[in-house]
Design a protein around this ligand. Structure first.
Ligand SMILES: [Zn+2]
Length: 334
């Protein structure tokens, strides 16, 4: 059996899956993202994960797609100075290609996910598709007129850094003020909770005390919210409004037919996601798209990265294309 591997390199976790040439997930394995080591540590771990999966399934690898946290140097296929991993910079494409002797394509994780959505997810049949992740960070992948947006370094559409607040209270991890991610991403929710708690004049609830102490996690917050905590209700309402404004800005910029949401915050809290989506329309100029949680779930990046290897977009082939693996002509969609 011929298979491709789809790899999702996140800040805390690496997921690697074998995917059939028709897009079916066969087997997935996860590991913690190495925070120390050299420039090859991540790639060598991924290569050994793929070899392990191949030996368990008895399959032949024909190509690899990788969706990774950025920023990216798309020409080299390297991750450069990422703020969320201890290693900061590491190589992906060259060492994987050497280790596994197949073509390897490397893109931003949300770019991979939107490609998966377009080929086998909620975007099938649509020419204009946007995928947004609400997770540790906030990012998006965009297809306009059947064309996947990449950018000069592969970092097009860094929508997490759209400015949504000008009060100066919210500082993003990148250093910028008022960025969407700096207010509402999983990594920044505790900071935002503390800022709002310091301004709060209502009852001193459990969620309020935890927020003021800087010890509330996103999981805690949503639990308090479901328990009816009044400060948690205020904070969750604030975050839903910020996310709605961010999503509306993305829709106003790219005019998608379909917008899907992924990432742990969206996937673990569909009640919150639906409230967010119900608030988008009042910020729109463009006709609203179909908006939904991704049907690809937490495998959106793995599946999308695999689809990158099966049906490599023409603009990515131009940048990263080496030889195409033999049998490419037999693949669906090609
Ligand atoms: Zn920022």
């Amino acid at each position: 059996m011929k298979v491709v591997a789809g790899v999702d390199i996140g800040a805390t976790k690496i997921a690697t899956g074998l995917v059939s040439l028709s897009g079916d997930v066969i087997l997935v394995e996860s590991a913690s993202t190495p925070q120390r080591g050299g420039s090859l540590t991540v790639a060598l771990l991924v290569a050994s994960m793929i070899r392990d999966l191949l030996s368990r399934v008895g399959a032949t690898l024909v190509a690899v797609g990788v969706g990774t946290i950025g920023p990216l140097d798309i020409r080299r296929g390297d991750v450069v100075d990422t703020p969320n991993v201890g290693l900061r910079s590491f190589k992906v494409r060259d060492p994987l290609q050497r280790e596994l002797s197949v073509d390897v394509y490397v893109v931003n994780d949300c770019v991979a996910a939107v490609w998966g959505e377009y080929r086998v997810g909620a975007g099938v049949g649509s020419s204009n598709v946007v995928y947004v992740t609400l997770s540790t960070g906030i990012g998006c992948g965009v297809i306009v007129d059947d064309h996947l947006l990449l950018g000069k370094d592969g970092n097009a559409h860094e929508v997490g850094h759209i400015v949504l607040d000008t009060s100066g209270r919210f500082v993003c991890g990148c250093g910028g003020l008022g960025h969407w991610e700096g207010i509402a991403s999983g990594a920044n929710i505790p900071k935002t909770a503390k800022i709002l708690a310091e301004e709060w004049r209502g009852p001193r609830t459990e969620a309020f005390e935890r927020s003021l102490a800087g010890s509330i996690t996103p999981e805690d917050l949503f639990r308090y919210w479901r328990q009816g905590d009044s400060f948690a209700d205020y904070l969750v309402g604030f975050l839903a409004e910020v996310n709605a404004a961010g999503l509306a800005s993305v829709i106003n910029a790219y005019d998608p037919e379909v917008l899907t949401l992924g990432g742990s915050i969206s996937l673990k809290n569909p009640d919150f996601t639906n409230i967010t989506l119900s608030r988008v329309r009042k910020y729109l100029i463009n006709r609203p798209p179909r908006m939904l949680i991704t049907p690809l779930g937490d495998l959106a990046v793995v599946i999308g990265a695999a689809m990158m290897a099966i049906n490599t977009p023409a603009n990515l082939l131009k940048i990263q294309g080496g030889r195409r693996f033999s049998g490419y002509e037999d693949l669906p969609y090609s």
